[in-house]
Ligand binder design. Structure first.
Ligand SMILES: [Zn+2]
Length: 223
């Protein structure tokens, strides 16, 4: 037996095993005698097309076979399966439809609950993140209290990658390990934007902020 319904191909092996194939891929395989089957016709339901519901051991939900362009294939499949031992469920088509419907509703509810859980988790994470940021802010405030804020320009040569600073903070200690050139020498450079290492004029610069305590130590920096 071989019947094509929509995108699916229903094949039987020795009239004992039914396989449902989709594009050469096996979707289901079951013993025909273990199938419980419900066949419904449009005139008995709200549906416009006939359909067959299967349930077999190992399936986690009922399988619905239906096709808008059915030309009698569904009835042929049903009749074949019943002929070779599938158990016909007397349960009406409406009830079968309702079973499918209620499982759809359950699925939706589960999805909704999952979404809610994810949202709550995100909220918790956000709260945690906010707490962390507040702690960081507080720590920064603590570190910077009593300090003087200073700025300088950080230059980076786009050719050789050298970094140098144009600064006025000669007394600040532990600020950075820039290009091994004294601040004095750098500040004496004719063109501060020219690389002291390779001489290229191609450099980029941005402002760096420092917090210097009364002893001249750099307590914090930001760029
Ligand atoms: Zn350079």
């Amino acid at each position: 037996m071989e019947i094509t319904i929509g995108k699916f191909m229903y094949q039987s092996i020795d009239d004992e095993v039914l396989t449902i194939m989709k594009k050469d891929k096996e979707v289901y395989r079951m013993n025909i005698r273990e199938i419980e089957i419900t066949f419904y016709q449009p005139e008995a339901t709200f549906s416009r097309v006939p359909g067959v519901y299967f349930v077999a051991p190992g399936m986690n939900s009922a399988y619905l076979c239906t096709n808008r362009k059915d030309k009698g294939e569904i009835r042929r499949l049903h009749d074949y399966l019943v002929q070779y031992g599938a158990k016909e469920i007397i349960m009406g088509a409406m009830k079968a439809g309702m079973a499918q419907h209620s499982s759809d509703i359950q699925k939706k509810q589960e999805e909704k609950a999952l979404l809610k859980q994810q949202k709550e988790e995100e909220k918790k994470q956000l709260k945690l993140e906010r707490g962390k940021q507040a702690a960081i802010r507080l720590e920064k405030q603590r570190r910077r209290s009593g300090c003087k804020e200073k700025t300088e320009e950080k230059y980076r040569c786009t050719v050789c990658g050298a970094i140098w600073y144009s600064n006025s903070m000669d007394r600040a200690k532990n600020v950075h390990n820039a290009l091994s050139m004294s601040t004095y020498a750098i500040n004496q450079m004719r063109d501060i934007s020219r690389c002291p290492k390779c001489g290229s004029g191609a450099s980029k610069h941005h402002t760096v902020r420092y917090w210097i305590d009364k002893k001249g130590n750099c307590m914090d920096r930001e760029e």
